[in-house]
Design a protein around this ligand. Structure first.
Ligand SMILES: C[S@@+](CC[C@H](N)C(=O)[O-])C[C@H]1O[C@@H](n2cnc3c(N)ncnc32)[C@H](O)[C@@H]1O
Length: 182
């Protein structure tokens, strides 16, 4: 099962996806959602268009925007989805302040990210190569502690799973799960 398949079908109601990229998650949303609003600062990535959005079984809107400044009303989303994007967002504090502003009080944050590995030797490697990786990888960080970031920014993680995906260990340790506002 693909990582995306483990998390995206859990989205319900009015949904916001942050950092949609070229839309790789779109095929995994179900009819349990009413509307999907997808944001990304890169129009260039979105224009690669992996999915024909006219065929989606729910309302869909794409907006050019950053997580740090989301063009949405307070408490407007039931689910916020973020995949492989917390590694890149420059101002996480501001992004989470926006996420908390626009999420309904009983809403959920679904996440699937790569980040800090549990093994010391992999962590050391991640820390050494991170500055170069970040430069060549569009701002992507290898060594962010994803659960700590989520918890430190006002969320409680109710479900968390982790594993190394097959491949290069410094970039393959995955965290995925569900979080609710504290
Ligand atoms: C590795 S891609 C992941 C794309 C997609 N979420 C996926 O899972 O395939 C990282 C994405 O984060 C977006 N991004 C970078 N900075 C961002 C920010 N400040 N706010 C929201 N998205 C951002 C990039 O444009 C890019 O689409």
């Amino acid at each position: 099962m693909k990582q995306r398949e483990k998390i995206i079908p859990l989205a319900t109601g009015n949904v916001l996806e942050i950092g949609v990229g070229s839309g790789l998650n779109l095929p995994y949303y179900t009819k349990n959602i009413e509307k999907l609003t997808a944001i990304d600062p890169s129009k260039e990535l979105w224009d690669r268009g992996v999915v024909n959005t006219n065929t989606l079984p729910f309302d869909f809107e794409f907006l050019i925007a950053e997580a740090e400044n989301i063009p949405a009303k307070n408490q407007s989303f039931d689910t916020i989805v973020i995949t492989y994007t917390l590694c890149t967002i420059p101002n996480l504090k501001k992004a989470f302040s926006e996420i908390k502003r626009i999420l309904k009080p009983n809403g959920k944050l679904l996440f699937c990210e790569h980040g800090k590995a549990p093994d010391n030797f992999v962590q050391k490697y991640q820390n050494i190569i991170n500055p170069v990786w970040k430069k060549i990888g569009g701002g992507c960080n290898l060594n962010r502690n994803i659960p700590a970031i989520i918890e430190e920014n006002g969320f409680t993680i109710s479900k968390l799973e982790t594993m190394y995906l097959p491949g290069w260990k410094p970039a393959s340790f995955n965290y995925w799960g569900i979080a609710e506002m504290k």
